[in-house]
Each structure stands twice: as C-alpha cells, then as structure tokens.
Design a protein around this ligand. Structure first.
Ligand SMILES: [Zn+2]
Length: 220
C-alpha cells in the first residue's frame, strides 16, 4: 500500500528536523550520552556529524561514482544476506557490520517491510535516487572505516566519567556518537535528502504496524 506522508503526520515534522536536532535526540537516548552536559552534547553531536561527513568525502574522492556496494567490493569487504530473524529482543536489525573477518550482513527479512512501504513519492523524498540497500550499506561502510582507520573512534572521543574513586576514573564510550556519524556519512556519501535517522523512525512505525497486523491476523 503506498503511503503518503499525510498518513504519518509526525513524519513531516521529523523530515523537517535538522541532523543536529535528530543527532541530539539520539545522543540523549544513549545510556551514557545524558551524562555529558548540554554544551558538551551539542559539541559531541557536531563533531560526530562532521566526522561522518569528512569520512564520506575522503571515500568519495577515492571512489568517485561508485555505489556503496561497489565501494565495499573495491575494499574487499564482502556483503552477505541472511534470512535470519531480524528481531533480537526489542532490536529490529536491518544490517550490521561484523569485524574479524570484516563483512556487512544484510537482514533481508528486516529490510523487506521497509522496502515494501517505501514507494514514491515518499521514497524519493527520503532517499532521492539512492536505494534502501545503498543507504544501509553506506551506514555499515562507516563502521568499517571506523574499525580500520588509525584515529580513535568517535564513540571514545567523549567519555563521561561514570564514577570516581580517589584519583581513579571509570570511563565509558558513547555508542550513539558512532551511529550519529554513520548517519552523516551515509547522507553525505549518497547525497540523501534526509538524515537517515528518519528511515529508522519510518521503519519502527512500519514494523510495529505490520507486527500488529500479523497479530490480529493470528487472532482471527
Ligand atoms: Zn550503526
């Protein structure tokens, strides 16, 4: 069924939000992100967005005109598809990057509901000429770049102190920063009209409504 954005009034609002705003929401949902104070949070989001965009610029300069799948191939990074259940606990998986040995895994059953609902005009507004797989592969390419480059990952650049015992600090990384950067990377690499977090939110809505539909079918 084609979805116009009129069926999801919240979507217009989210599509109009800046990457900075969406990134800040992601950071504040992180189990450790809220420990940073407001000015640190704003700086961390700007830093993560800048990091992702710069990494995309470097990769684009190296591989002009290639799709994310072709770039992965050129880097010797395999992309595999799996029919495994995309749902683990409350996490719905679309794609993931696995290190050692490095590969990108696409969850075909995870991507399918989103792929079915993303038809034009919504697809064009969210993805432009890119495909859904392009967007998810690009995101995982960032995690590959991050895992293989020499600079420390963005998630470890901001490390709130968990607690202090004398001169001892327990510190942690902030995983959301890596996700914020991966979004900026995908958006910049593909020239996406929307910050890709919007796709996650559309997916969450789609998956929730298709799960509800199959529950009501089962009940019949
Ligand atoms: Zn990610």
């Amino acid at each position: 069924m084609p979805h116009g954005s009129t069926e999801m009034p919240w979507l217009e609002q989210i599509m109009a939000a800046s990457p900075e705003t969406l990134g800040l929401v992601m950071l504040e949902a992180d189990p450790h992100g809220w420990r940073l104070d407001r000015s640190e949070r704003l700086a961390a989001v700007a830093d993560a967005l800048g990091d992702g965009a710069a990494a995309a610029g470097n990769l684009r300069a190296q591989f002009p005109g290639l799709t994310p799948r072709e770039i992965a191939h050129a880097l010797g990074l395999p992309i595999h598809s799996t029919d495994d259940d995309p749902l683990v606990g409350s996490l719905w998986r679309f794609a993931e990057y696995q290190p050692r040995p490095s590969r990108i895994l696409l969850y075909s059953r995870g991507l399918a509901p989103l792929d079915r609902m993303l038809v034009d005009p919504l697809a064009a507004r969210l993805l432009g000429p890119a495909t859904l797989q392009d967007a998810f592969i690009a995101h995982e390419l960032f995690h590959h770049m991050e895992a293989t480059r020499s600079t420390p990952p963005i998630a470890r650049r901001y490390r709130p102190t968990l607690f202090r015992v004398g001169g001892w600090h327990w510190r942690t990384g902030i995983a959301a920063l890596s996700e914020i950067a991966a979004g900026a990377f995908a958006q910049s690499l593909l020239g996406l009209p929307c910050y890709p977090r919007v796709l996650d939110l559309v997916a969450r809505d789609t998956v929730a409504s298709s799960a509800a539909a199959s529950r009501s079918r089962d009940a019949m």
